[in-house]
Design a protein around this ligand. Structure first.
Ligand code: NI
Length: 138
């Protein structure tokens, strides 16, 4: 574990009240833990704006009765085999399927995959959860 550095910060009183509220609501044990998490969140966002290596999950909801949709979704994934780690398919109802696709690779390629899926007719929702390999978050 890295050496701990102590710092003090100045905040306007209303902002400090909000900080206290957020610390409580998020279940953080103290302000330091909350601020640590905020910084990591920013670092992950920054990673996704660069060209390095990131990790994430695409959650996809679609109607499998839509003509050729399953084939198109599969083809998109086969174009990016080096970025797809694993996927899970769940039949939610007679018509609706959900897929969770765990990805790792270059942010732009992963975003393009999610955007490509979103454009297909019959796709109801695509969400991209952006995470990290953790290398910069120690
Ligand atoms: Ni299904």
């Amino acid at each position: 574990m890295s050496e701990l550095v102590r710092l003090s910060l100045s905040l306007e009183a209303p902002l400090c009240d909000e900080l206290e509220r957020l610390v409580k609501e998020t279940g953080c044990s103290n302000r330091s833990e909350f601020i640590r998490n905020l910084i990591r969140e920013h670092l992950v966002n920054e990673e996704w704006g660069k060209s390095g290596d990131v990790v994430g999950t695409i959650t996809l909801l679609y109607n499998h009765h839509q003509r050729e949709l399953s084939e198109k979704l599969t083809a998109l994934q086969h174009d990016l085999t080096d970025s797809i780690l694993a996927s899970t398919h769940i039949h939610l109802s007679h018509e609706i399927c959900a897929e969770m696709i765990m990805v790792r690779g270059v942010p732009a390629k992963i975003k393009a995959l999610a955007d490509g899926m979103r454009l297909l007719r019959g796709v109801l929702h695509v969400s991209l959860s952006m995470s990290s390999t953790g290398e910069s978050l120690h």
